[in-house]
Design a protein around this ligand. Structure first.
Ligand code: HEC
Ligand code: HEC
Length: 353
């Protein structure tokens, strides 16, 4: 990997999100692309709320996944493509009345930088929607949001009832963003739905697109909770993740992007999907590490997920009310109804190398 520049280096400001982001990827293709990109570690700038405008649209030049109608950034794309957007609502003509088009653009901005674009009061950590739903929700293997609007309302076990798209988004606000849901008619709520609908235009209603649900560890590869190895997870974390997410999981500014905290008070809470081992490992397996995505095995991803989820994070107070109809997942290590004692924290003392 390209060397990391020490904090305080002048390069830190040279390649931030935004207009002055340095040479476009278009001009840096081929060997120059690899040689010309760098990661600048600029200390903990994860809370920096500078608006991130004008992501470069290089979709015409780089390999694309998905379909012609629904182009996606391929799961193999590394950090040099972190700002790539196959479809950019800020630059693309939107076929809708001007109020709807404005709402779609606003939804994109909120999802990319909620604290700078009117959603600060609903967010309780340093994440953005696009921290996990990467590349504007238009990336294969990183929980893509393309083509999912028509699948709602949908029955969800966690709620034991039908859930609308708005309620599904609220779930991510309360858990992944450790916040509170915006009121149903709030501009933020309407805008996020508008953006996700825009990403789904033309997808047959009720039909799950083939790129959905790919962030999964197959059942036969899942490790039992007692077989998760925290020492292995810790070593792998130090080796594969810490250079971008920090030694203490706190998140860093790496110049092209700000990978967010993976634990601690500014991360997702223990009611989030990412607090479940197999769910989280499915994200790591296909989306990370962003300098070599896809390079970890199912097993390694689970040890890392175990290490990360053995650390402290915010508490989701009402998680005991989840799954009222039963069927609580067996990888929810924070769920006191499944594990009266957190099985990884309990082992931490003994396992710590
Ligand atoms: C910490 C990571 C994380 C963050 C941050 C996050 N989400 Fe999610 N989101 C997930 C996971 C995990 C799922 C479940 C995916 C699955 O079931 O395959 C999900 C599911 C969804 C879905 C349903 C997708 C589908 O295919 O059914 C929507 C819509 C969604 N999120 C929107 C948002 C929005 C909007 C935000 C910001 C307010 C957000 N998410 C923030 C992790 C995250
Ligand atoms: C080369 C830098 C890099 C490495 C190495 C890396 N990540 Fe990331 N990671 C990122 C970036 C950048 C994002 C945010 C993507 C975005 O905003 O589009 C991210 C996002 C994430 C997210 C979404 C939620 C959050 O808090 O940011 C998780 C979870 C994650 N990474 C886990 C990992 C794990 C686990 C490893 C090690 C296996 C890892 N990452 C290695 C750069 C990296």
């Amino acid at each position: 990997m390209t060397p990391i520049v020490p904090p305080g280096s002048p390069r830190c400001t040279a390649a931030r999100f935004g207009e002055g982001r340095g040479p476009s990827l278009r001009r840096l293709r081929g060997p120059t692309l690899v040689a010309g990109l760098f990661l600048a570690a600029c200390g903990s700038g994860a809370g920096d709320a500078a608006p991130r405008e004008s992501a470069a649209d290089t979709s015409g030049e780089l390999p694309t996944a998905g379909t012609e109608r629904f182009p996606l950034v391929p799961a193999s794309a590394a950090i040099d493509q972190v700002n790539r957007l196959p479809r950019n609502p800020l630059t693309e003509a939107i076929e809708a009345d001007s109020a709807t088009a404005e709402r779609i653009r606003f939804g994109y901005r909120v999802a990319r930088d909620p604290r700078a674009f009117g959603a600060a009061e609903f967010v309780g950590n340093d994440l953005a929607c696009f921290s996990c739903h990467m590349n504007g929700g238009q990336r294969e293997g990183a929980l893509p949001l393309v083509g999912v609007a028509g699948l709602f309302p949908q029955f969800r076990n966690r709620d034991d009832r039908m859930v609308s798209l708005r309620e599904r988004i609220d779930g991510c606000f309360m858990r992944s963003m450790n916040g509170t849901p915006p009121p149903p008619d709030h501009p933020v709520a309407l805008a996020l739905q508008a953006y996700i609908h825009w990403l789904s235009e033309g997808q047959p209603e009720g039909e799950s697109p083939p790129w959905r649900g790919q962030n999964r560890i197959p059942e036969e590869a899942r490790l039992a909770i007692e077989d998760l190895d925290l020492s292995k997870g810790r070593r792998l974390y130090a080796d594969k993740c810490a250079q971008c997410h920090g030694d203490d999981g706190q998140g860093l500014d790496v110049g092209l992007a700000t990978p967010a905290p993976l634990w601690g008070d500014r991360s997702w809470n223990d009611g989030a999907g990412a607090s479940r081992i197999w769910t989280f490992a499915g994200f790591i397996r296909y989306a990370m590490p962003l300098n070599a995505p896809g390079s970890l095995t199912d097993e390694e991803s689970q040890h890392i997920a175990a290490w990360v989820n053995s650390q402290d994070r915010p508490v989701f107070p009402t998680k005991a009310a989840d799954y009222p109809g039963g069927g609580r997942p067996g990888d929810a290590v924070y769920d006191t109804l499944v594990f009266p004692v957190h099985p990884l924290k309990a082992r931490l003392g003994a396992d710590r190398p």
